[in-house]
Structures are given as structure tokens and as C-alpha cells.
Design a protein around this ligand. Structure first.
Ligand code: AMP
Length: 472
């Protein structure tokens, strides 16, 4: 079995992936590069771009941040008018170069590049079957299963072959695909993972988040619908329902933590939803305090909402160093703690002698909260009221967020009071599920809440999990 590289924040859950596609622009690779820089928050482990060149699909990918993987020379070589790109943090498959995406392969109908955000819950079952029938796999990615299914299909067109393959896979996913002549985008039948359509003059764009369109000077058109496949080629754009809509269940955690505040999801501004989460939290769990601070960056909008609702000063109490590398190995606990201090520092001037409300977006294992509360105490905070802008995270996600096993999720093991004691806060509160849904525009908009409720839209077969394809 391959093992994960430990990171500085080895107790942290992992982010998922970001995908992007462009069709009909002479600088397709450069645009994709910029878009991936904008989507970097969705995955920092590897990055890749595939371009539809004159006669073949060219690609380059590697481990590390987008800026580390791509330079001017590489981008110049990737010339073409259509491209897809991917940033990854492993959800299925180990942290290895061979698992970087896009996956590029040749099959009966031509060349195909694939970029995937999400997780296929039945990948291990399909892979067992395919291997028994003679398929050879080169990666431990669930994405490769889709490639094999497409390659084996007898259908006459790629769209039909893809549709046939999609009928066999289950999970939460958004795919971008590139052929020598077209760009395709598709989303799972529940719309668990996001995917949006945009335009930049004559070119079409696809991206996990609309902030990627903004950074290119493009505009957001609409979200891809659950089960929808869009095909963009020289004739324009076509769309059809590849799979029947099974429901609407966008991952609520996209709003809470993953997405950038300047993105639109489910027709709503991520920043506004976070701010509303903060307001509702303040109504449900007010605290007697002198000021409100947030954990940068994902909690700042919620902290602002909390402060506004209670008419408390909103302050900057923690400073984040954005330039610390993510994955250098720290051999012992002492150095790991130092590395955390390198990343975040408390502002003594602001918190000393104060009763502080500390807003964070989530507690997964509890490591981060414990560290931050210690930092604030050392900086002289008198009281620390921890307010979390999402309900207790109790169940593992199988649809593309790597939050590991249930035994490591503190809220599935302990009561709120025990968690409070363990992280060292003076008080701790979470919003209600109803409150959270209200902040996100209401239950009727359709959200996946499985990490909060343990109810899974797509049934999860036995054995599904992050390293299942290596453990076989
Ligand atoms: P933990 O230390 O495990 O309790 O992690 C919770 C912290 O990690 C919170 O401050 C979140 O902002 C952040 N977080 C939540 N979900 C994720 C995720 N999937 N990947 C990385 N960080 C996360």
C-alpha cells in the first residue's frame, strides 16, 4: 500500500479539486494557467493542463503549486485553441505524480483528456470487474475507471460512449473533457460538485467556480445542471441531459469552506451566504464579548456577519502567512507546532485583556481550534467564545472531500461540551441545521448535508474510501 505524504498540518482534512476548460481562444493554455491560479485554493498537490493542438492533445502536469509546475517555456509549447486544466488534492488515490490530472489517453474514437473533481463511490467495484476482464490500470485514480469504460464502449460517438459509461458510475463529480475538436463538461445527477459555464468574448469557459471567469475578464453564464452534459465545438454549444436529474444536492460545505467568497454557487454569492451564516449564528448563540475575530481566510465573512448582527467591533486578531509551503515534512511534534505558528500568529494588541468571539467555519478533528485558542491565550485574550459557522461535522464525505474516517471526526465522538473542553474555549456553539440551510437560501434549493446528517444521497458501497484503489 502506498502511504500519504505527511504535511505540516498533518491533522487537517484535505481540499478537493478544481477543474477548468476553455474552447475557442488562441491563448488557451495561458488562460487555463491563470484560471488554475485562481482555483488554487481547491487543491495544492498537483496541477496539469492539456491542450488540443494541431494534430494531438499535448499536456504537462506535475506535483506542486500551479506556479511551480508551469513556466513560460512550457506554456508556449502548449499551443492550441482549446484546453482543460486541473488542480488536485487527493481524494481518491495517493499523492503521487502519476496521479496528477488531466489524464490523457487514446482510444478508438481519438484522443481524450479528462479532469475530475469529486469521488466515484463504486470505482473499486468497477475496477475489480475491469481488471478481471483484462484492463490494465496505470494510476490509482477513480477517474481512470471512467476512461476505461469510455474506451470499451461500442457506441459510435464519444457523447454516447460517455453517457453509457456514466450510467455505470456513482458518486459526486464534475468532469471536464477535451478531444482534438471539442470541450465537454458534465455534472453528476445530484449536482453535488459544482461546475459553471462562462464566456470570454467568442470563447466558452467551464470552471468549478465562477471566480475563475472573473480573473480572466470573462463572464458567468450559468451553472451546469445536475446530470447535464455540454458539448462545445466549432459549431457552438449543445447541451443534453446525459443522466436523469436525481435531485438537487450541491455540497453545502462548498459554501462553508471550499469555495472562494467571490464565487457564485446555486445562484448565490458565497460571501453573502457566509455572512448570513455568521448572522444566524449570532442570533442562535450570542456571546457577551468585546470584539469578534475570524480565522483567516475562510471564516472572515462569517465573523463579519456575527459582529454586525450583535453590533460588536469586527477586528483582525489573527495574521496568516500566505507564503508558507504546504507540504514539507516535520519530523516531530515540536517542529510541527512551530510550523503552525509560522502559518498563523495572534495580534496581541487587539486581543490582550479582551473577551473575544472567535469564529471558525468548521471543526473537523479539532486540531486547528486547539492551536488557535492556545495562541490567543498566550497573546492575553481574557475569554474566548468559539463560534463555528457550520453544524457539527459528524460523518465522512464520500463525494470528493477527504475528511478521513469517522473515528477522527471529533463531533462524531464527543459532545459539544467535551469538544469545548478539549479545544480549551470558554464557550462553544454551532448553528442549527435549519439555520444553516436558511443562510444558504433554504432547503428547497437542494443541498447535500451528508457530513452533518449521515444521510447519503448516493449509496456508498462497502469498502469505498480514499485509498481503496491501492489497497486492493
Ligand atoms: P481540524 O483541525 O481538523 O479541526 O480542521 C478544521 C479546520 O480546517 C477549519 O479551520 C477549517 O477552516 C479547515 N478545513 C475544514 N475542512 C477542510 C478541508 N476539507 N480541507 C482543509 N481544511 C479544512
Amino acid at each position: 500500500m502506498l502511504t500519504e505524504r505527511p504535511g505540516v498540518f498533518s491533522g487537517h482534512p484535505k481540499e478537493e479539486c478544481g477543474v477548468f476548460g476553455v474552447f475557442g481562444h488562441p491563448e488557451a493554455a495561458t488562460l487555463t494557467h491563470y484560471a488554475l491560479l485562481t482555483l488554487q485554493h481547491r487543491g495544492q498537490e498537483s496541477a496539469g493542463i492539456a491542450v488540443a493542438g494541431e494534430r494531438e492533445i499535448l499536456h504537462h502536469k506535475g506535483m506542486g503549486l500551479v506556479g511551480e509546475v508551469f513556466g513560460e517555456r512550457v506554456l508556449k509549447e502548449l499551443s492550441g485553441r482549446a484546453a482543460i486544466g486541473h488542480v488536485r488534492y487527493s481524494t481518491t488515490g495517493s499523492s503521487l505524480a502519476v496521479n496528477a490530472q488531466p489524464l490523457v489517453f487514446r482510444h478508438r474514437l481519438g484522443a481524450l483528456a479528462l479532469g475530475h473533481n469529486g469521488n466515484l463511490v463504486n470505482a473499486h467495484l468497477l475496477r475489480n470487474r475491469l481488471e478481471a476482464e483484462g484492463s490494465i490500470f496505470q494510476t490509482s485514480l477513480d477517474t481512470e475507471v471512467l476512461a476505461h469504460l469510455v474506451a470499451r464502449s461500442k457506441e459510435p460517438t464519444l457523447e454516447k460512449a460517455l453517457t453509457e459509461a456514466l450510467q455505470q458510475i456513482q458518486g459526486g463529480y464534475a468532469f471536464v473533457l477535451l478531444t482534438e475538436r471539442s470541450l465537454l463538461g458534465l455534472r453528476d445527477p445530484y449536482g453535488i460538485r459544482p461546475l459553471a459555464l462562462g464566456r470570454l468574448k467568442g470563447a466558452y469557459l467551464l470552471a468549478s467556480e465562477s471566480c475563475a471567469f472573473d480573473s480572466l475578464g470573462g463572464r458567468f453564464i450559468r451553472e451546469i445542471e445536475p446530470g447535464e452534459m455540454v458539448v462545445i465545438d466549432g459549431a457552438g454549444i449543445r447541451s443534453f441531459q446525459a443522466l436523469p436529474v436525481a435531485g438537487r444536492a450541491l455540497c453545502l460545505f462548498e459554501f462553508i469552506y471550499f469555495a472562494r467568497p467571490d464565487s457564485l454557487l446555486n445562484g448565490l454569492s458565497v460571501h453573502s451566504v457566509r455572512k448570513e451564516l455568521g448572522r444566524i449564528l449570532a442570533q442562535e448563540a450570542p456571546a457577551a464579548a468585546d470584539l469578534v475575530i475570524g480565522v483567516p481566510d475562510s471564516s472572515l465573512s462569517a465573523a463579519a456577519g456575527y459582529a454586525e448582527e450583535l453590533d460588536l467591533p469586527y477586528e483582525i486578531g489573527l495574521v496568516k502567512n500566505r507564503y508558507v509551503g504546504r507540504t514539507f515534512i516535520q519530523p516531530n511534534e515540536k517542529l510541527r507546532n512551530l510550523a503552525v505558528r509560522l502559518k498563523l500568529n495572534a495580534l496581541r494588541k487587539v486581543v490582550e485583556g479582551q473577551r473575544v468571539v472567535l469564529v471558525d467555519d468548521s471543526i473537523v478533528r479539532g486540531t486547528t481550534s486547539r492551536h488557535i485558542i492556545r495562541l490567543l491565550r498566550q497573546a492575553g485574550a481574557k475569554k474566548i467564545h468559539l463560534r463555528i459557522s457550520s453544524a457539527p461535522y459528524r460523518f465522512p464525505c464520500y463525494y470528493g472531500i477527504d475528511t478521513s474516517v469517522i473515528s477522527e471526526l471529533i463531533a462524531s465522538q464527543k459532545s459539544v461540551e467535551d469538544i469545548r473542553a478539549e479545544v480549551g474555549a470558554d464557550s462553544l456553539a454551532y448553528p442549527s441545521l435549519e439555520g444553516m440551510l436558511r443562510a444558504a437560501g433554504g432547503r428547497e434549493r437542494g443541498y447535500c448535508l451528508s457530513c452533518f446528517t449521515g444521510t447519503y444521497h448516493v449509496p456508498v458501497p462497502d469498502g469505498a474510501g480514499k485509498l481503496v484503489l491501492e489497497e486492493k
